[in-house]
Ligand binder design. Structure first.
Ligand SMILES: [Zn+2]
Length: 279
């Protein structure tokens, strides 16, 4: 069901299109939720170790990995199994069409580690929270980014076999490999998470299009604030009010496009000049 695009939003988008402006898209868990991927911040992300129930905010930490690497890996492989079963949706595909239309005037910054943007066909993507498809050495021995080897589907309480343990061993130093994801007790950086590149893109953006994120982490919020302070256009797509919709509504060139990514992105990217899908 398409929303009739309201006049203010249509005006903002046609002006960006006329000026051939630069567009930065910032996506979060909301666009993945429409592909059936839970946020893992709620009950679906809980994990039992011994007799204790751990919260995702405790599992996804360097501290937990140092203490119990196998438990942390088993939790991630369980989560990644869920990501593998999901497919990109109409929101992901709309952003691929926008990238085709804009070329190097397009940058996608995503908080999602599920790889759905890449699988849909997006190429100019900064994964500021990492990507589940890759692993790196936990001791940072210099082996670089490696593909996560394939694992058979796993249940929650299945211990590793020797073969599975070997798949998670660094080929250079023999220590543990780790998921290429940003943990709660770690900081954003450029080398792994393209923090400076994402901020640079936001600093040059004529339009920031925020999709399905509530701004719970600090780099996305920093990007929103930066674009707001520069007075660039800002459109927030979200079914619910959130810090980005507040910023967008305070901005003279801002708009809160209430709705989901699948509902709103096709009309928004079309208004920015992307050719519509033949489907
Ligand atoms: Zn290593």
């Amino acid at each position: 069901m398409l929303h009739p695009m309201d006049e203010k939003l249509a005006g903002i988008l046609s002006e960006i299109r006329r000026r051939q402006g630069r567009v930065v898209v910032l996506t979060g868990a909301g666009i993945s939720a429409e592909s059936g991927i839970p946020t893992f911040r709620g009950v679906e992300g809980y994990w039992v170790v011994g007799s204790r129930n751990y919260m995702p905010q405790e599992m996804a930490t360097r501290a937990m990995f140092d203490e119990a690497p196998e438990e942390v890996w088993r939790w991630y492989l369980y989560r990644f199994g869920v990501c593998k079963d999901a497919s990109p949706n109409a929101g992901h595909h709309a952003l691929v069409r926008l990238e085709s239309a804009l070329g190097d005037r397009f940058t996608l910054v995503t908080q999602n580690i599920d790889g759905l943007h890449r699988r849909a066909g997006s190429r100019r993507v900064f994964c500021i929270h990492g990507d589940a498809a890759w692993v790196r050495c936990a001791a940072d021995c210099g082996v670089g980014l490696l593909d996560l080897p394939p694992f058979p589907p796993r249940t929650k309480d299945q211990p590793f076999t020797g073969d599975e343990r070997r798949k998670l061993t660094c080929p250079r130093c023999g220590g543990w490999l780790r998921p290429h994801v940003l943990w709660f007790d770690e900081c954003y950086d450029e080398a792994n998470y393209r923090m400076d590149s994402a901020l640079r893109a936001a600093g040059a953006a004529d339009l920031l299009l925020v999709v399905g994120t509530s701004g719970a982490t600090n780099l996305p919020m920093q990007i929103g604030q930066l674009v707001f302070m520069r007075g660039a256009a800002m459109v927030d797509v979200n079914p619910e009010e959130n810090p980005f919709s507040e910023l967008a509504e305070r901005s003279p060139l801002g708009h809160f496009a209430r709705g989901s990514a699948c509902e709103r992105l096709p009309e928004i990217v079309a208004a920015l000049g992307a050719t519509s899908s033949s489907a």
